[in-house]
Design a protein around this ligand. Structure first.
Ligand code: ASP
Length: 318
C-alpha cells in the first residue's frame, strides 16, 4: 500500500537549547505541529502532494516566528522582499517568485505561476503585478512587521554587512550564531506523487536584489517522481553553487543511491567543503523521508502513515 508522508522545516543553523527559553521552544514546536497538521490532513483525505506542501508553507509563512511571509527579515532599505518556489514531481511543473513585497503568502503566488502562467520564475514588480491580476492576497507593510526582526536589522542597518535570519551580528559573531528561518515542505501523496515547496525572507540587510537558493529550481527546491522532492535551508550561496537539491536527485538517478545516501553525500560531504552550512528535507515516491543538516539544529518535523510523527529542533534529537 502506498505510504503517505510529509516532512517540514522551519530553518537550520546554530540553534542551541541554552539559547532558547522554554516558552519560545514551545512556540516553535507548536508552529511546526500546526504546519504538519495543515498538510497531513490534506494527504489523509487523498489530496495532492502539491496542495499539502502549499498548506504547510502557508501555515509557516503566517507564523511570525519564521523568516517567511509575516515575520520576514528586513532588507537594507528596511522592507521585506520574499522568495518562494513550488514544484510537482509528477510532471516537473514548477513556479517561483523572487523579491516580492506585500504578498501575504508568497508560496501561493508561486503556485499561481506554476498553474496559471506560461512561466516558471517571476521577480520583483512584475511578480507583484501578476499577484494583483490573479487576485492573490496582499497585506500592508505592517502585517509583515515583527519587532524582533526590526531590532536585528537596526543593528546592521548602517553597515554593508548582511546576515542570516536571527543572527545578531555579522563577521565573527555570524560564524558562531547562525540561524536560518526559511520554511519548506516535501510530501508524498496516496498516488505516489511527490512535491516540494520553500519560502523565505532571505537575509537581514540584504541589498542589490540579492536572491538566495530557496526560489531557484534545482538549488533550494526540486521534485521529480523518479527520484526525490527536496527543500533546502541554509546559507544560500553555496547551495546555489552546488545545485544542492538537484544534486541529490542526480545521485539517486545516475548513481543509484537511496534518498538518505544521496542527501548525506550532499549535506555532510559536498556542502561542508564549500562552507555550505544548513540542511534539507527529502521524500521519495515510496514515501521514505529524510531530514539532514550539518548545523547544530534545524526546526523540523515529519508525519507518515507508517506511524512516524515528530517535531524537533536540536541536533542531539536525531
Ligand atoms: N537559504 C536562504 C537564503 O539564502 C536562507 C535560509 O535558509 O534561511 O536566502
Amino acid at each position: 500500500m502506498q505510504k503517505i508522508s510529509l516532512a517540514i522545516h522551519g530553518g537550520a543553523g546554530t540553534i542551541l537549547k541554552e539559547d532558547m527559553t522554554p516558552e519560545l521552544e514551545r512556540a516553535y514546536l507548536q508552529g511546526l505541529e500546526d504546519a504538519l497538521a495543515a498538510g497531513y490532513v490534506i494527504l489523509e483525505a487523498g489530496g495532492s502532494s502539491t496542495s499539502a506542501v502549499k498548506a504547510v508553507v502557508v501555515s509557516l509563512e503566517d507564523n511570525v516566528l519564521f523568516n517567511a511571509g509575516r515575520g520576514s527579515v528586513f532588507t537594507k532599505e528596511g522592507v521585506q522582499e520574499m522568495d518562494a518556489a513550488i514544484m510537482a514531481g509528477k510532471d516537473l511543473t514548477a513556479g517561483a517568485v523572487a523579491g516580492v513585497r506585500n504578498v501575504r503568502n508568497p508560496v501561493e503566488l508561486a503556485m499561481e505561476v506554476m498553474c496559471n502562467s506560461n512561466h516558471v520564475f517571476l521577480s520583483g514588480k512584475g511578480a507583484n503585478d501578476f499577484a494583483l491580476k490573479q487576485g492573490i492576497k496582499l497585506e500592508p507593510d505592517e502585517f509583515f512587521f515583527s519587532q524582533f526582526r526590526f531590532d536585528q536589522w537596526k543593528q546592521m542597518q548602517g553597515s554593508d554587512d548582511y546576515s542570516l535570519d536571527h543572527t545578531q551580528q555579522q563577521t565573527e559573531e555570524l560564524i558562531k550564531d547562525k540561524k536560518f528561518g526559511t520554511v519548506g515542505a516535501v510530501a508524498c501523496d496516496c498516488n505516489g506523487n511527490i512535491a516540494a515547496a520553500t519560502s523565505t525572507g532571505g537575509m537581514t540587510n540584504k541589498k542589490y536584489g540579492r536572491i538566495g537558493d530557496s526560489p531557484l529550481i534545482g538549488a533550494g527546491t526540486y521534485a521529480n517522481n523518479k527520484t526525490c522532492a527536496i527543500s533546502c535551508t541554509g546559507h544560500g550561496e553555496p547551495f546555489i553553487r552546488s545545485v544542492a537539491a538537484y544534486d541529490v536527485s542526480c545521485l539517486m538517478e545516475y548513481k543509484g543511491m537511496t534518498l538518505i545516501e544521496a542527501m548525506n553525500e550532499v549535506v555532510n560531504i559536498k556542502l561542508p567543503k564549500m562552507d555550505g552550512e544548513g540542511g534539507m528535507i527529502g521524500v521519495d515516491a515510496a514515501g521514505n523521508v529524510a531530514l539532514l543538516f550539518n548545523s547544530t539544529g534545524m526546526y523540523r518535523g515529519a508525519r507518515s502513515s507508517d506511524g512516524t510523527n515528530f517535531t524537533r529542533i536540536y541536533k542531539d534529537q536525531i
